[in-house]
Each structure stands twice: as C-alpha cells, then as structure tokens.
Design a protein around this ligand. Structure first.
Ligand code: ATP
Ligand code: MG
Length: 571
C-alpha cells in the first residue's frame, strides 16, 4: 500500500476524552473513529488489525476442532422467554418491536439461538460432541461505555458453544477451549493469566476469564503466592470465619448519640472517635425493585457481584433516597439494623462484633453499643465482601497478590442450564433421552487488539507484535523528490510485494521527521529508511520499532533480512 493513497488520518494531539493509552493511540493512529457513544467505525489500518486477530482466532478454533457458523443478530423474544433470560438480562439487552409488533432483541450473546439450532438438528449420541463458533457483531447497551473499543456497545465477538453427551465430555471440551485461548493470546503478543470468574448473566456451573495484565484494567484479580489459585476479585471467596470461642465482651447499654450531618464511615469514625472496625455499615440495595439491607463491617467493602449472586437478582443498585426513607424512616446516611422493615443479610465480618456503632434510622443520630441477638436479629449470613490484603488464599491459606487485568476472553461450563430450559436432548446408546451438556466461550476481538496496545506501546506510539501488525514493513524514502531515493524505494516495495510481504511505502512528499513520527505512531515493526548517505554506499538502514535497534544492510540483502526477521517474529 502507498501511504499517499491511504485513508490514514493520524493525529498528533492526545484526544481529550480518551483516558487509556490504547484508546488514545487507536484514535491517533487513525484506526478508529467514534460514531456515537460506545459505537465505533474501523478505518483501514484498524480493520487490518481486527482481521488479523480474527484470523488467529479462526485458526486456533479450527485447530481445536470447532466449526464456524454465522448466526443472526436479530433474535426473537420467544427464545429468550424460553431460557428465562427475557426477564432477567436487564437493560444491556436492547429490545425492540418489529412492524408486526413482535418483541425482538439484538443479540448480546447467542446461547438461545445456538441451543435452538442444535436441539432441532441433533437427535442421537452419534452426533455428539460438537463445537460451533462464529465471529459476529454483538450489541450490549452498556451503562458506561468507555476506553474506546475496550468497553463499547457494538462489538465483534468470537463465541463458541460446545455440546457434549455428558459432564466428562463437557469438561474435555472446556479444557480444549482453554488451551486454544492460551495459544490465541500468546500469538497476539499478550501477557495474561486465566482466573476463576463470576458467571454473571451467562450463568452455568463455573468459568474462567483470561486476563491481560495491565494497570489500566477494569478488573481486580488476586493470585496466590504459593498455589495456583487465581481469581477475579468479584469471585474470590472468603471463608466463613471459624466459630471459635471468643472472649465475649460484656454487652454495654445502648446509647443514641446526636451526630449532626455525620454520614460516611470516615465521618462517624472521626466524630465518635471509634475505629471503622467498630462500625457497621448498613447499605440499602434495590434488588429487582425490592429493598434489601446489607450489613458489613465499616472498614470492608461490599462485593456487588456476590450480593447479586446471593440474592439471585438481575438488577442491583444502591437504593435511591425514597426507598431508603421507606425502609428506615430516615434520610441517607443514618441507616441501621434496629427495627428496620426489610430483609437483612449480613456479611460474615459481622459474626464476632460486639458493642458496635450503627445508624439510628433517625436523621442526625447514630447508636453505640448495638448488639446482635439483643438489639436486632440476623437470619442470613453470607460472604458478601471484597477480598482484601489481609485475607489468606481460600485454597492453601498462602499470601495473596493483587493486580489489575483486562478480560479478553471468558470460558464457561454451562452444564444443562440452557439445554434443560430449552429441551435440547438426545437419545443415548440405550435409546434413553438425555440432556446435552453445554459450554460457551467468548473472545472480544477489538478488546484483544486494544489490550495488546496497552501492553505494547511507548511514548512514540504503538509497537505491534508481528502477528497482528497491520503491515510488517514500512519503507521510508527520506525525500521522494530525489529520483534515486524514490526509485530505490519503489523497487524494494515492488519486490517485497511480490514476495507476499505486507508493506507500506511512505511515498508522501513530507519531511523525513514527519514520516518517522507517523511510522512510530502506527507501530509498524520494521522500518527501512532510504537516505542519500547510505544509498551512496549501496546500503539502507533497517530499524526495529520495539528495540530501536538499527542495522545498516547492503541493498541486495535487505529483503532477505526483513523476511527472516518477519518469519522469526511470527512464531
Ligand atoms: P465484562 O465483564 O468486561 O463486561 P462480560 O463478562 O460481560 O465482560 P462475556 O459475556 O464473557 O463478557 O463476553 C466475552 C468477551 O467479549 C469478553 O471476554 C470481552 O473480551 C468481550 N466483551 C464483553 N463486553 C464487551 C464490550 N462491552 N466491549 C468490548 N468487548 C466486550
Ligand atoms: Mg465475562
């Protein structure tokens, strides 16, 4: 490709609305442009990268025995009603009516459609196992689209679905997919980790996320320093504290104190001179429209994914003021457990607390020396908090490490969640009806490309790993108005093209400095500079984007040098 003819609008300034490096660089390198919130167009350079990621995904899925299909994006409500998700998916599901007034949605994922297809076609054990995948556009009406294509509303996903006769088969399919994912993300130049994960809206028995390690990642992950336990913080379990015999402090008399305008844990702690560990936080949640009070020790944080799973609800938000008033009779900031009119669930952290401070359910008041059993009752305890630095590994009690990650892929053991609800069955060897056991496996294509930029860039721009680079080589004649420079560059360009090298010729009439800056920004792994001094010696300069290393090479050897370098970096 000739740079002069390319639709490649690079930008020098850092876009003001882009917070993370990958978003900034994808805009600056002319890869993407925003159409509207969370919806992006891919320009030629960006789309080449997307196609490369897709191709790697395709090759590895095929290698693992999956077969490619292409399913519709518009899906009828009936299928979602059958699975039970029409009422449970929440507002990420974009619903609409067609001209016949039939309810439809844009597919955020395809479990229903694929299960429908398979139940109609698969009848006996002889047709199992099967693994079907597609690379297709999904729509999720994300509440907070951000970071460019990392969290957008319309995006391409590779989603695969496995169908097995039994649990053992399903486990083998799961392992095969996890292995394919390892190969895919390694080829995309990523440093990643597979972690135990919450199954969210998809559901099923268990799941793992593939996390790209990056400080800008939206997910917190923990991993053990001793065993191989690793989990998303949403998921990381905290054991119920042993009900050891503790020296019981005597219950002190209740004491209501005037705490004007003192609402947060920090304010209460400072005002009353007590440690946050001695305060109980009462959070009123709106769970699918009904209020629920969650109690937790003041220095701990509620893990909303755990609360959602425990309550088995689809929409969970902190209650608004009117709901808080309805259940506590007081404004926000003074909720407590005494006399409250709603379901209460307490985190295990409350188990051994005595003489605590909590809101008085009365404006501007807190109560001291509150005690469970005497002043209020709790019938439900659960693990509802975010794991912290002092918690041990839930498997081996070793020390935990914390890091941030970007979720690029997610594998789920679904079990029979969908096949049971939608009656996807087969006849076994004995002619008995059995339920198909399923798994599903997703990869965000553009998120993978963006994650690769997060891990592969410097102050000058992107540093593409060779397998997903939009071009392998850029040829930069320092002055196209000089006949010999231009002709040498053109000859090398034609010859590389003939050999199948993906090459960009920067034939623009621009200063060399401008061209070098653009080449660095768009991240092409190898740059060949054709300049007057080297050309006079019959040589050219080859520079590697990642290391900055330059080699002066005889013109006739440049091609072989480039091709060897590309070959090495592709594997
Ligand atoms: P997240 O927790 O980030 O919202 P998810 O758990 O909802 O993701 P899955 O349903 O597991 O995502 O989807 C499979 C893959 O699709 C994810 O691993 C991710 O790579 C990609 N993906 C999901 N949501 C988005 C999005 N809004 N924008 C871009 N890619 C996405
Ligand atoms: Mg996920």
């Amino acid at each position: 490709m000739r740079y002069s003819e390319m639709f490649l609008p690079t930008v020098r300034e850092v876009p003001s609305d882009a917070e993370v490096a990958s978003h900034q660089l994808m805009i600056r390198a002319g890869m993407i442009r925003k159409l509207t919130s969370g919806i992006y167009s891919f320009l030629p350079l960006g789309y080449r990268v997307i196609r490369k990621v897709e191709q790697i995904v395709r090759e590895e899925m095929n290698r693992a025995g999956a077969q490619e299909v292409f399913l519709p994006m518009v899906q009828p409500a009936e299928l979602w009603q059958e699975s039970g998700r029409w009422d449970h998916y929440g507002r990420e599901l974009l619903r609409f009516r067609d001209r016949h007034d039939r309810d439809c949605c844009l597919g955020p994922t395809h479990e229903e459609v694929i299960t429908d297809l398979v139940r109609n076609e698969i009848k006996t054990y002889r047709q199992l196992p099967r693994n079907l995948y597609q690379i297709q556009t999904k729509f999720r009406d994300e509440i907070r689209p951000r970071f460019g294509v990392m969290r957008c509303r319309e995006f391409a996903m590779k989603d695969a679905y496995s169908f097995d006769a039994d649990e053992a088969g399903a486990d083998a399919s799961y392992a095969k997919m996890a292995e394919a994912y390892r190969r895919i993300f390694t080829r995309c130049g990523l440093v990643f980790r597979a972690v135990e994960a919450d199954s969210g809206n998809i559901g099923g028995s268990y799941s793992h996320e593939f996390m790209v390690m990056a400080d800008t990642g939206e997910d917190g992950i923990v991993f053990c320093s001793r065993c191989d336990y690793a989990a998303n913080m949403e998921k990381a379990e905290i054991a119920r504290p042993a009900s050891r015999q503790i020296a019981r402090e005597a219950f002190l008399p209740l004491d209501e104190v005037y705490t004007p305008d003192v609402r947060t844990i920090e304010e209460v702690s400072a005002f009353l001179g007590v440690s946050p560990k001695q305060i109980v936080k009462t959070l009123i949640f709106n769970a699918d429209g009904a209020p629920v009070a969650i109690l937790i020790r003041g220095d701990e944080e509620v893990n909303e994914a755990k609360v959602r799973n425990y309550l088995n609800c689809s929409e969970l938000d902190l209650a608004l003021d009117d709901m808080i008033f309805e259940v506590t009779g007081s404004p926000r900031g003074f909720a407590g457990a005494i006399g409250i009119k709603t379901r209460i669930v307490a985190d295990y952290s409350l188990l051994h607390m005595v003489n605590v401070v909590m809101g008085a359910n009365r404006a501007d008041y807190h109560v001291k020396n509150v005690n469970m059993g005497r002043d209020f009752e709790i019938s439900e305890f659960a693990d509802l908090r975010v794991i912290g630095k002092e918690d041990p590994c839930p498997r081996c009690a070793g020390e935990l490490h914390f890091a941030r990650g970007i979720e690029v892929g997610h594998v789920f053991k679904l079990g029979t969640k969908y096949s049971e609800a939608m009656r996807a069955v087969y006849l076994d060897r004995n002619g008995r009806e059995q339920t198909i056991v399923m798994g599903c496996y997703g990869i965000g294509i553009a998120r993978t490309a963006a994650a690769s930029i997060e891990q592969n860039h410097d102050d000058d721009g992107i540093i593409w790993p060779m397998p997903i680079a939009p071009y392998h080589v850029i040829i930069t004649p320092v002055n196209v108005n000089e006949g010999s420079l231009r002709e040498t560059a053109e000859a090398l360009y034609r010859s590389l093209l003939e050999r199948g090298v993906e090459v960009l010729l920067d034939d623009r009439d621009e200063r060399a400095g401008v061209k070098f800056k653009d080449a660095d920004l768009i991240g092409i792994p190898l740059r060949v500079t054709i300049g007057p001094k080297r050309l006079a010696e019959g040589k050219a300069e080859v520079r590697q984007r990642r290391t900055g290393e330059t080699s002066i090479i005889a013109l006739e050897a440049v091609e072989a040098f480039l091709m060897e370098k590309i070959r090495l970096d592709m594997s």
